[in-house]
Design a protein around this ligand. Structure first.
Ligand SMILES: NC(=O)c1ccc[n+]([C@@H]2O[C@H](COP(=O)([O-])OP(=O)(O)OC[C@H]3O[C@@H](n4cnc5c(N)ncnc54)[C@H](OP(=O)(O)O)[C@@H]3O)[C@@H](O)[C@H]2O)c1
Length: 297
């Protein structure tokens, strides 16, 4: 199929349908850094109501087999695989722990992608992924494209429904990938923070070209924003926490938010953001708080 810019944002407040026809919850549970608690927390997140999971074939930060175990328990308890949006990543060699690489480090980039994908299917106990995300571009476009071509082949073979890219903070680089890709990126997953000016220019490109923007570090990188009197006042007005208000605001900007909370109460709070709506004036007030600070880490 061709990826016309045909993302459907408006119909359902809790879901976005990508240009590839894949329904994605607007808030997704992230499985990073949970180590031996991964299976239990993924199972809990699904029980609390999350229907999207983000993970990676990167043992350094994710226990992907633990995600598969948690998912398996939720499926055994009655959920169906079709109800869940399952997204994982291929992590290039430099992002892997040299002592624990989930593919042959000597193989070609294309072969590494295939081996990583096969490991993900085994870990996640599934025969199909909803999205495979390239964890970061390579320094050279040539290598990024080699990985992308391998991802396109997996897409052609029917093992995954859409492709994505992560940690791509230069609009030019994203545009080059988009132009050269036969199967266009359906999602971009980036750190959402002041240093990159909250990716305003990149988000505009995404919006115009049918790429859904996903945010991480949404709360952790923005303590000053969450403490701003305007945001706190709006949270009080809507009887929500500042975190809930910020997530709701971002989902209204068509940003799909990741949350990796380990707390049941926060899981419930993060999910309970779709039964209220901010006015356009309130959104403008909040948007003005997203001030670019390029020097900051
Ligand atoms: N592509 C990449 O390179 C990349 C990089 C980093 C992360 N990610 C993905 O993004 C996911 C999320 O990671 P993240 O870096 O955004 O951080 P995170 O792991 O979600 O951490 C967010 C922090 O916010 C807190 N929190 C969550 N909900 C809250 C609420 N309602 N009220 C108050 N505090 C709340 C959590 O504390 P509690 O646990 O106490 O709730 C935690 O300290 C990861 O699991 C991973 O899937 C991807």
């Amino acid at each position: 199929m061709t990826a016309e810019p045909a993302v459907r944002y408006a119909e359902d407040p809790s879901r976005i349908v990508s240009a590839y026809g894949v329904a994605m919850p607007r808030i997704i549970y992230g499985a990073a850094w949970k180590k031996e608690r991964t299976a239990g927390l993924v199972e809990l997140a699904l029980r609390m109501g999350f229907r999207g999971i983000d993970t990676a074939c990167q043992p350094k930060h994710y226990d992907e087999a633990g995600v598969g175990e948690g998912l398996g328990r939720a499926l055994a308890a009655g959920l169906t695989r079709a109800e869940i949006y399952l997204q994982t990543k291929f992590t290039p060699l430099r992002g892997q722990d040299p002592e624990n690489i989930p593919y042959d480090a000597e193989a070609s980039v294309g072969e590494q992608v295939r081996q990583s994908f096969e490991a993900s299917l085994r870990n996640l106990r599934t025969d199909r992924l909803d999205a495979l995300v390239l964890h970061s571009p390579y320094p050279e476009d040539e290598d990024t494209l080699a990985a992308w071509r391998a991802m396109e082949r997996l897409h052609d073979e029917g093992g995954l429904r859409q492709l994505g890219i992560s940690n791509c903070y230069e609009r030019d680089r994203l545009e080059r990938l988009w132009k050269n890709a036969r199967v266009k990126p359906a999602v971009l997953q980036n750190r959402f923070y002041a240093k990159t000016g909250y990716d305003r220019d990149i988000r505009a490109f995404c919006r115009d070209n049918g790429v859904v923007y996903q945010s991480f570090w949404t709360l952790t990188a923005n303590p000053e924003v969450l403490a701003q009197p305007d945001l706190v006042a709006l949270a009080e007005k809507h009887e929500r926490t500042p975190a809930q208000l910020f997530f709701r605001f971002l989902t209204q900007q068509d940003i799909l938010c990741l949350t990796g909370t380990s707390a049941k109460d926060h899981m419930l709070e993060d999910l309970a953001i779709f039964d209220f709506r901010l006015s356009s004036e309130e959104c403008a007030t909040l948007d003005a708080l997203l001030v670019s600070r390029p020097g900051e880490g």
